[in-house]
Design a protein around this ligand. Structure first.
Ligand code: NAX
Length: 328
C-alpha cells in the first residue's frame, strides 16, 4: 500500500469545503487507489463547524481516508502538504473598497504562502479558489520563494465548465463532444471565454453554433457573469460546482489531460501570448507528466486580442495594487 497523500483544505468549514472534502476522501481527487490524509485549516470561529465536518467524514468510513486533522495554524496545517486547496478567503463586505479587500486577503494568503514555503513536500501543488483567486495565488507564491512559482495555480475550471455547459445547451450536443474551449485572463467578469479553436462533435464550434451574435451577446456574458446568476437564484454562491471544478483541476494536474483536448488554468505567465511574465493569468493548457504546459501557437483574432488584453490589464492593476500595499 502507498503512503497517503496529504491534502490541506483551507476554509474547510465553508460551503465549498463541505462540498469538497467528501469527494476528496472518496478518492475522486487523486484516484480510487490513492489514500489521502486531510488537514483542515480554519480560523478559530470556524473550528467547531470543521470538527463537525470531520465527524461526518469519520462516519463515511471511507477506505481511502487515512486521517483527518483540524488546525487554526497555517504552519501546522501545511506541514508535509502535497496538495493545497486554498478555499478560505475574505469576502467583500458592505462598503469595502477594492484596496481593503486585497489587503485583507493579503493577510491570509501571505502567511499561508510562508507556511507552504516552510513545510510543504517537494512535490507540493497549490490551487487557489478563494477570491480574488489569481491575485491571491500571486501573493501566496511571492511568500514561498523556495517553491517553484508554477506550483501555484488559480482556479478557472469552473468558468471553463460553465462554457462547456452553455455550448452543449445551445447546440444540443453532449459535453463529452466538445473540445478546446479556452478561458483567458482573470477569474472575474472581465474573463474572455473563447471558442475560436473549439470543436463540437468534430466540427469547428463557430460553425456548429452558427450564430456569431449569440457568441458575443449571450455566451460570453453568460459565462462571465454566471457566478452572479447563481447567487441570484440560490441565495448563496456556487459551491458544489466550484468544488467539482477544484477536483477536476487537481485530478488533471496530477494525472494528465485527455489526449486531443485541453483545459483552462490560471498559472504564472511565462510571457506567452503577450501576457506579462509572472501574472497569474488563465491560458489553455495541457498537463503532461504532472506539470502544465500552455498551449502554444494559437491564432488570436483582433477582437479576442482586445478582450484578453483588457482582462490581463485588470490583473496587472491588481498586482500593482498589492505591490503598493507591500503584499508582494
Ligand atoms: P464560505 O464563506 O462559505 O466559507 C469560507 C470559509 O473560509 C469560512 O468557513 C471561513 O471561516 C474560512 N476562512 C476565512 N479565512 C480563513 C483563513 N485565513 N484560513 C482558513 N479558513 C478561513 O465561502 P465559500 O462559498 O466556501 O467560498 C470560498 C471562496 O471561494 C470565496 O472566496 C469565493 O469567492 C470563492 N469562489 C471562487 C470560485 C472560483 O471559480 N475561483 C467560484 C466559487 C467561489 O465564489
Amino acid at each position: 500500500s502507498t503512503a497517503p497523500v496529504t491534502v490541506t483544505v483551507t476554509g474547510a468549514a465553508g460551503q465549498i469545503g463541505y462540498a469538497l472534502l467528501f469527494r476528496i476522501a472518496s478518492g475522486q481527487l487523486l484516484g480510487a487507489d490513492v489514500p489521502v490524509k486531510l488537514n483542515l485549516l480554519e480560523i478559530p470561529q470556524g473550528m467547531k463547524a470543521a470538527q463537525g465536518t470531520a465527524m461526518e467524514l469519520d462516519d463515511c468510513a471511507f477506505p481511502l481516508l487515512a486521517g483527518v486533522d483540524i488546525f487554526d495554524d497555517p504552519t501546522a496545517a501545511f506541514d508535509g502538504v502535497n496538495i493545497g486547496l486554498l478555499v478560505g478567503a475574505r469576502p467583500r463586505g458592505p462598503g469595502m473598497e477594492r484596496g481593503d479587500l486585497l489587503a485583507a486577503n493579503g493577510g491570509i494568503f501571505g502567511p499561508q504562502g510562508q507556511a507552504i514555503n516552510a513545510g510543504a513536500a517537494d512535490d507540493v501543488r497549490v490551487l487557489v479558489v478563494g477570491n480574488p483567486a489569481n491575485t491571491n495565488a500571486l501573493i501566496a507564491s511571492a511568500h514561498a520563494p523556495d517553491v517553484p512559482a508554477d506550483r501555484f495555480n488559480a482556479m478557472m475550471r469552473l468558468d471553463h465548465n460553465r462554457a462547456l455547459a452553455q455550448l452543449a445547451a445551445k447546440t444540443g450536443t453532449p459535453v463529452s463532444e466538445i473540445r478546446k474551449v479556452a478561458i483567458w485572463g482573470n477569474h472575474s467578469a472581465k474573463q474572455y471565454p473563447d471558442i475560436a479553436h473549439a470543436t463540437i462533435g468534430g466540427r469547428p464550434a463557430v460553425d456548429a453554433v452558427g450564430d456569431e451574435a449569440w457568441v458575443s451577446d449571450e455566451f460570453v456574458p453568460t459565462v462571465a457573469k454566471r457566478g452572479a446568476a447563481i447567487i441570484e437564484a440560490r441565495g448563496a454562491s456556487s459551491a458544489a460546482s466550484a468544488a467539482n471544478a477544484a477536483i477536476e483541476h487537481v485530478h488533471d494536474w496530477v494525472n494528465g489531460t485527455p489526449e486531443g483536448d485541453w483545459t483552462s488554468v490560471a498559472l504564472p505567465s511565462d510571457g506567452s501570448y503577450g501576457v506579462p511574465e509572472g501574472l497569474v493569468s488563465s491560458f489553455p493548457a495541457v498537463s503532461k507528466d504532472g506539470a502544465w504546459e500552455i498551449v502554444q501557437g494559437l491564432d488570436i483574432a483582433a477582437g479576442a486580442r482586445e478582450k484578453i488584453d483588457a482582462s490581463v490589464a485588470e490583473l496587472a492593476e491588481e498586482r500593482d495594487a498589492v505591490r503598493e500595499l507591500g503584499l508582494l
